[in-house]
Design a protein around this ligand. Structure first.
Ligand code: TMP
Length: 308
């Protein structure tokens, strides 16, 4: 598209079709927008969760798969074991009445068991490629346009996920059919041996409720002993100087993704996909803007086009 107005018009037409937006405090949102707008794109960055935030929750009436969920290890016994873990832990993950402390312990347990099964089951890189090509996973409409708009303005997008970095990368490659120089993935990264078999995970595990602990170290470039980086180059250290943040998440815990950044202004956009009746009140308080009904990304594109 030729200009900002083209993006904005397209976004507004699409948004009008969906009645899915909830904003509790419009004045506060407007103040944040004005403050961010005054400093422009140089100070702005987008921090986004991946599963069920950038990707759709429902696809043709079925639950879209997560970066974990789509994985077929070519070892059905292990796929089965991980599925059983999902059936046990996912309801706990989205349960609004379990305390954060208790839920954090449960999530640590889940990730530890799941990563161990991937190693034990002998996951290969070729199985990842095959799994992604067979997966029921799709980006929300408007994600490509959002990334493109931000890329044209040199605004970084950090995809901060408790899923699996290697799989997210493959999903971006296969489903978006192009790469974006401004998009970086901060997630659980695998190490493979020379036969392409998973041997370990790098660094500390990121699960849904500890993304905040990782914000600071992950926002800086790090390298493991073999010289492999976490996906950020020295140029990206500048993300710390970008003190205006648009945060996209589907979980209240996702708000912690910006904790290490000493931001000046943050607009938090929440996608509430499930348990709407029970969770809307807390989402409205936690996020500046809440999208329901598996809304597309057009509203975020419209918001961003007002800011830079
Ligand atoms: P997110 O940080 O991108 O939201 O990703 C985490 C999601 O991954 C979370 O909703 C739970 C899901 N998950 C699985 O589906 N299977 C697993 O084995 C694990 C550990 C997590």
């Amino acid at each position: 598209w030729c200009c900002k107005n083209c993006y904005r018009t397209a976004a507004r037409i699409e948004m009008a079709k969906a009645d899915s937006l909830v904003i509790l405090d419009k004045d506060s949102l407007e103040k944040k927008k004005t403050a961010i707008c005054n400093t422009g794109s140089k100070k702005l960055q987008v921090i986004a969760d991946f599963d069920a935030t950038l990707t759709r929750y429902w696809i043709n009436g079925q639950r879209g798969q997560t970066s974990h969920g789509l994985l077929q290890q070519e070892n059905p016994e292990y796929d089965d074991k991980r599925q059983k873990l999902y059936e046990y832990y996912h309801p706990l993950e989205i349960c609004p009445t379990i305390s954060i402390e208790e839920k954090t312990k449960l999530m640590e347990e889940w990730w530890e068991k799941s990563h161990a099964l991937l190693i034990e089951g002998g996951l290969t890189y070729s199985a990842i490629k095959m799994s992604v090509s067979n997966a029921l996973i799709a980006f929300r409409e408007g994600v490509v346009e959002l990334f493109e708009y931000l890329e044209e303005r040199d605004v970084p997008v950090l995809i901060f996920s408790a899923g699996l970095a290697d799989i997210i990368e493959e999903v971006l490659k296969q489903k978006l059919h192009r790469s974006f120089k401004n998009v970086k993935i901060i997630s659980n990264r695998m190490t493979f041996d020379t036969d392409g078999r998973l041997v370990s995970f790098k660094g500390k595990t990121i699960h849904v409720l500890n993304k905040n602990e990782h914000a600071l170290d992950m926002a800086a470039p790090i390298h493991d002993q073999s010289g492999v980086s976490n996906g950020l180059t020295d140029d990206n250290a500048s993300v710390k100087t970008r003190t205006n943040v648009i945060l996209l998440g589907d979980h209240i815990g996702d708000l912690g993704m910006s904790d290490g950044l000493k931001y000046e202004n943050r607009i938090a956009v929440g996608f509430l996909n499930d348990n709407i009746d029970k969770s809307l009140a807390s989402y409205q308080k936690a996020f500046d803007v809440v999208y329901l009904n598996d809304a597309p990304m057009w509203g975020v594109l419209d918001l961003v086009s007002d800011l830079c």
